[in-house]
Write a protein that binds this ligand. Sequence first.
Ligand code: PLP
Length: 385
Amino acid sequence: MSYLMSNYLPLDVTFIKGNGCYLTDDKGDQYLDALCGVGVTGLGHSHPEITKAIQSQAQQLLHTSNWYHIAHQETLAEVLCKLSNMDNAFFGNSGAEANEAAIKIARLHAQTNNIDSPIILTATQSFHGRTMATLSATGNPKVQAGFSPLLGEFIHVEFNNIKAIQQHKENNNIVAVMLEPIQGESGVIIPNDDYLNQVQEICQKNNWLLILDEVQTGIGRTGKMFAHQYNNITPDILTLAKGLGNGVPISACLAKGKAAKLLTPGTHGSTFGGNPLVCRTALTVLEVIKQDNILDNVNQMSDYISTGFTQALKNVKTVKEIRAKGLMIAIELDQDCSQLLQLALDNKLLINITGQSIRLLPPLILNKDQADTIIKTVCTLIKSL
Ligand SMILES: Cc1ncc(COP(=O)(O)O)c(C=O)c1O
């Protein structure tokens, strides 16, 4: 009997150790981790420099409170803002918490503009988190089931359909558009190249905030530090989590211009948010990404793995589409393939299945041999269907 609540249904394996792209279970078996704890451990497990930073910070100081200055937090805010062209940062502990901050900023933006019933446009099939506000923002009825009443302020529009946003232009209650640059949880859905540029144009014309949820796409996952940099745009609000801490819980809500000045003393906070331990770790993550040219590796491995899959699967009828941006990869099949999750585990490979798609979020430090193992194992599994 387990004393845990039943909201997860874990596979029957317990990992006790991690090293680079591999995990070891309690029986001593080794697995190739092509999921990274759902896009978190991009730099691999037990990265020596990150481990060293955590150890040294733990010896020095773990936590004070945001009632005092936290030097590493201020440095991290500066580094992230300079990387993203944003002005100010708020730190939380999870992606949902960063998005909550973004939603609260959108409400303050509404207040400043005398809008009493603010509405935020979000996309169908989006995922923004599990708190009540982010759950309401999420465009997936399955995630929302059982949790009514939801917050009424979200209108879900079709992703990658600019007209679906344009048709709300006359609605004076709209204050923001909130989107993932690439939808992750719904299976790596990549919009048209200029979609975000067009969304930004509409936002600017209408005084709507553009909120980009880069919780999954950020921190190098797509081959640029942030996915929206493919579009050469700067959002009003940018949220990050997952890869930022490589496994320690940290998230950030970054904002620019007027949106960056809306939170004032006492309006928002988080006890643990941005404590010395997590900020020092995140700073080390960003240093390693730069110093080891991790983005170059992501782009090389992305081309290698996409080409590998395309060639190996070209005559396989069950494969409908292969989608990849950086190391966010999905192979969509013509049928439900949930049984492949256990079969992959049996073959010592960690993957994710989203409906009819196999989703891979391998480590950003992946090498060719490991990419070959992923391609070979996944293709064998697909052909077994
Ligand atoms: C795009 C996106 N936003 C938000 C979240 C929620 O993050 P967390 O689980 O850290 O609250 C996720 C998690 O998968 C995500 O992919």
